[in-house]
Write a protein that binds this ligand. Sequence first.
Ligand code: DGY
Length: 351
Amino acid sequence: TAAGHVIITAKLPPRTQALVDSCFPSQNQALTIYQWKHNKRPTRLQLLEMVKGANGILCMLTDKIDLELIEAAGPQLKIVSTMSVGYDHINITLLSSRNILVGNTPGVLTNATADIASLLVLTASRRAKEGLDAVVNRKWGSWDPNWLLGAEFTGKTLGIVGLGRIGAATAARLIPFGFSKILYSGSKPHSRTEQLLSNIAMAVSSFNNSYSPCDSSFSINFVPTDTLFSDSDVVVLCCALNDATHHLVNCSNISLFKHGAILVNPARGPIVNPEALLAGLCSGRIFAAGLDVTHIEPLTSDHPLALHPRCFILPHLGSATIQTREAMSDLALANLASGLLGKKLYHQVSA
Ligand code: DGY
């Protein structure tokens, strides 16, 4: 049994919540749990109040874990376990300097997030927002050869910023749509992933060739991010948010994008400067955007990006499947328990 006082800042998905409820049916002397179970997220003040005296905190990506919060918690805090792969809400350097462990949940949300990234590429390219608006608002006239023409991918270039787990899984899903070239950028080349993605392209081209012979050349290259922006038809941002990627897409480099490019962000909102994206959409340099995340969440419905017909926005649903959320919360709970017991975390973030 882990000793101490634990804070869980949200009600967890059903299976994990049942585990919490059954393992800790009542408060005992060794371990006490305080869990925020309201539907509305706690305010900052409520969070600061809630964490007082905690040895362990299981937090969400909306809970900012900074100096103020860890001082509110107190010096006995041993472990912060976030139910997310992203940890830009946590001051990792600070926590590490105070020997507070930080756990996160990579891997288990890769497929769900890559699904959403692919969905955004398709909906943005094929103008799904305008199409849906036409259906709902009675703007659907008779079939017209020139109405709502979108873009397709055969022979096009896909740019992936950050070919980590989610970036690679997104590329794997999109290659069968016809991309003949992948450019990727990031901190280092990933030769094994390059090989695996080339194998997918080869299998797809042999399938296609058995129906209609076509040019089956495929290439994948590691390039600087500026080159990726200027040479890609579709750009998908799959990198973490940090000082180097904050406003990675900005007012000075939006003009580098290919005219008519599609920009998709399933990662973190602040990677894109919203003014730059809006200007790009208005000038037509960016043909369409697909966002699962925005610079402020929730984005108000009257924000110019929300109103733009070619900006398709989802409310941060990347990992939102029952299977994935249960896997994330299981892992976050396991990290928390390991930290309290002084054991190695399943996934530890280091500074
Ligand atoms: C994460 O885990 O960081 C994702 O953004 C959740 O959807």
